[in-house]
Design a protein around this ligand. Structure first.
Ligand code: SAH
Ligand code: SF4
Length: 346
């Protein structure tokens, strides 16, 4: 069965043409599905129309299986998809609003050495409606509606590589920012990519208003290749040329994510990071690695983290160390799903 949130209002109109509906009915349907209600709850629709919709579509593609609340207010969600696959998400509470971290794929085929999402490879892509479903489901779970949003910001930083699921992700961004839907401004959406240079250029040409975040994690190809297999396909020179294309065309500030490890935080790395980003308005998020129980991942000492930040600061690179939210609830992407699959829900 089709997922109704996969469709734009115009696509729903086309599919329902044979029913000869009045135009306002489409608006009502679109509002209900974005408020994440069951067809049975759509009380201003005639009963026969509700039955017809029920026959055709799934209206809740994502359901919360369990939530884990952290001391700091962060909530981690374990979701179930309509085919039984599990994905996860994190809601972070900030002064300016609530940010939901969404997944774009079940698993990931990029296989970065520090990341739990890539361990089993790619299981499947999420559809646009399954990505949107995460936002609508959490918004409704928190008592929000499309008129009174409880989710105000979105980061595409859950499991999966967004640009490896390009069409669905772009459609999701359009659906989630649609004026007659939940209408989250594209300015409040960040897309994080491990660096698929050709897709970054393509994304630039979509003229979206989102923030581009690049998972850089190293300043030269040798180290980057050891951490991220994707660096074999897209060397830094090609990646940074795509980032420059994006910056020159959009003039939007770029964010670089940088996991701090012993092998990528030498003094020369600070100098190279400065050189790589010269001329691009940007900010570097320094991330203390979440080892998630793996003995292969060696976190950096607090002292060395501060030293690296200071070296960047001295070079004039804008950088901050990211607050680690939800460290007690398997906050890094992919960790919770893997444990639940292995050990069951506890
Ligand atoms: N695939 C995309 C988006 C999802 S990953 C990307 O790689 O950018 C989102 C962020 O989480 C990335 O910056 C990634 O490097 C980071 N991440 C993954 N595993 C982590 C870990 N164990 N500790 C800290 N950050 C991690
Ligand atoms: Fe995939 Fe991102 Fe994890 Fe790398 S860090 S394996 S690209 S989800």
């Amino acid at each position: 069965m089709k997922i109704i949130q996969d469709l734009t209002i115009d696509e729903i109109a086309t599919e329902l043409e044979p029913l000869n509906l009045k135009k306002y009915r489409l608006g009502q349907i679109f509002e209900w599905i974005n408020n994440y209600k069951d067809f049975d709850e759509m009380l201003n629709l005639p009963a026969d129309l509700r039955e017809e919709l029920k026959k055709r579509y799934i209206c809740k593609p994502v359901e919360i299986l369990k939530e884990f609340k952290s001391q700091d207010g962060t909530i981690k969600f374990l979701y179930k998809l309509s085919d039984g696959e599990l994905i996860e998400g994190v809601l972070m509470k900030y002064k300016y609003g609530n940010t939901l971290c969404v997944s774009t794929q079940v698993g990931c085929r990029m296989g970065c050495s520090f990341c739990a999402s890539g361990i089993d490879g790619l299981i499947r892509n999420l559809s646009a409606g399954e990505i949107l479903g995460q936002v609508l489901c959490v918004n409704s779970h928190l008592g929000g509606t499309i008129a009174d949003r409880k989710v105000t910001n979105i980061v595409l930083m859950g499991s999966g590589e967004p640009l490896d699921n390009y069409d669905n992700v772009v459609k999701f961004i359009k659906l989630v920012s649609a004026p007659n839907g939940i209408n989250i401004s594209q300015r409040n959406i960040s897309l994080s990519t491990s660096g698929l240079a050709d897709k970054i250029k393509k994304l630039t040409d979509e003229n979206l208003g989102i923030t581009l975040t690049i998972s850089l994690h190293a300043t030269e190809d040798e180290t980057r290749k050891k951490l991220m297999k994707v660096a074999n396909a897209y060397p830094l020179e090609e990646l940074m040329s795509a980032v420059r294309y994006y910056y020159e065309k959009t003039h939007r500030r770029v964010v670089f994510e940088y996991i701090m490890l012993p092998e990528n935080t030498k003094h020369e790395d600070a100098l190279r990071l400065h050189a790589l980003t010269r001329g691009i308005a940007c900010h570097v998020n320094l991330i203390p690695v979440n080892a998630g129980g793996s003995s292969k991942i060696k976190p950096l000492s607090k002292e060395k983290e501060t030293r690296f930040w200071k070296a960047l600061h001295d070079e004039g690179v804008s950088a901050t160390t990211r607050r680690t939210l939800g460290a007690d609830i398997e906050g890094a992407c992919g960790q919770l799903r893997r444990r639940v699959i292995k050990d069951g829900l506890k």
